[in-house]
Design a protein around this ligand. Structure first.
Ligand SMILES: [Zn+2]
Length: 141
């Protein structure tokens, strides 16, 4: 793991969002100086950066020897994809349903989705909502 893509994301977002906000606010002020729309781009950009930081540095749902029993109770084993008794060959404990071993972070992740190079973290059950909010605010911007 390195921070190259995280820094690149923050640089791209800050550069382009600053330009858009600067130009957009100038146009909005020109047409309607008392517009209530003025703080909206700043709020959305702030939420975007905040969710980026939370998704990047939060625990995605790492399963450890201590919390594996807690995660085993979340989802039922369907005996098709997730079979009771499957053991992670790396972590050496029983894999909870809907969990997967992330090869990049080298940890079993609860509700593993993928490893995102842009946030430099795995997307799992604990940070999935922040990642989706990050994508939503990015699309809105
Ligand atoms: Zn594992």
């Amino acid at each position: 793991r390195n921070s190259f893509f995280q820094l690149l994301y923050l640089m791209l977002v800050s550069t382009f969002h600053s330009a858009i906000i600067y130009d957009g606010l100038a146009i909005l002020r020109l047409h309607d100086p008392h517009s209530y729309h003025l703080p909206i781009p700043l709020i959305i950009c702030s939420i975007n950066v905040l969710t980026f930081l939370i998704a990047s540095y939060s625990n995605p749902g790492i399963i450890t020897q201590k919390n594996v029993k807690y995660h085993l109770s979340f989802y039922k084993f369907d005996s098709v994809i997730f079979r009771r008794g499957d053991v992670c060959s790396t972590c050496k404990f029983m894999k909870p349903a809907r969990s997967k071993h992330c090869k990049i972070t080298d940890r079993c992740i609860y509700k593993f989705d993928h490893y995102c190079v842009w946030i430099g973290n795995a997307i799992g059950g604990n940070n999935h909502r922040y990642f989706l909010l990050l994508l939503f605010t990015l699309a809105v911007m």
